[in-house]
Design a protein around this ligand. Sequence first.
Ligand code: PEP
Length: 236
Amino acid sequence: MTKIIVANWKMNGSGPFIIEFFKNFSPNSQNRIIFCPPSLYLKDVFFHAPMIGGQDCSPYSSGAYTGDTSAVMVKDAGCQYVIIGHSERRQYHKETSETVRQKAEQALKVGLTPLICIGESKEIRDSGKAIEFVLEQLSQSLPAGTDKTYYIAYEPVWAIGTGLTATEHDIVQMHQAIRQALPTQGTPILYGGSVNKDNAHAILSLPNVDGVLVGGASLKYEDFNHIVAFSEQAMI
Ligand code: PEP
């Protein structure tokens, strides 16, 4: 099955960085490689890569929301995808699951595929209630009654940008629980949290892991080249 590899550049990159990166990285792959640069660079990256995604969109379609970007604007920039509810948005911008759901619905309305992020904090993991928490967050974040496609990214908050990754056992257990809770069979479930060139192959080979969401390692073309190569070996 095709694997989905998403590069989340967060608030990193520049014009010269993009030129250098794509001099050394070819997005041709049998898998789905999706670049999510900062919104002001979407068109620059689209010049080099066929599949791009926004990092966020507004829960509203238009209006007096200074600084925000609507789903239709993300689409107009060439995107097919948009990340919604990343833990950095939930944490620093106080986004609730209700807002995440509204954003996902806006994305679907304009024909974007939302990549909805969910994941537990360290305290919740340590309390033994991670699965319960994540399934509750999932049910509150999902767009209401739709047969349109969306992706889910399970990203334990404590594993993002920390160099820590969930154990293979914990990833398998959580992805299986998410799979069983999803209303539609075949919804892709990605793992995110310090995926790198050393662990990508093992993670991509786990059951119910349809792809990975990569932050830090997607900014280094050598590392990202390795991750994409491993994704091809992990195709089943
Ligand atoms: C992310 O940006 O969603 C992420 C998982 O980051 P990192 O790979 O750096 O942990």
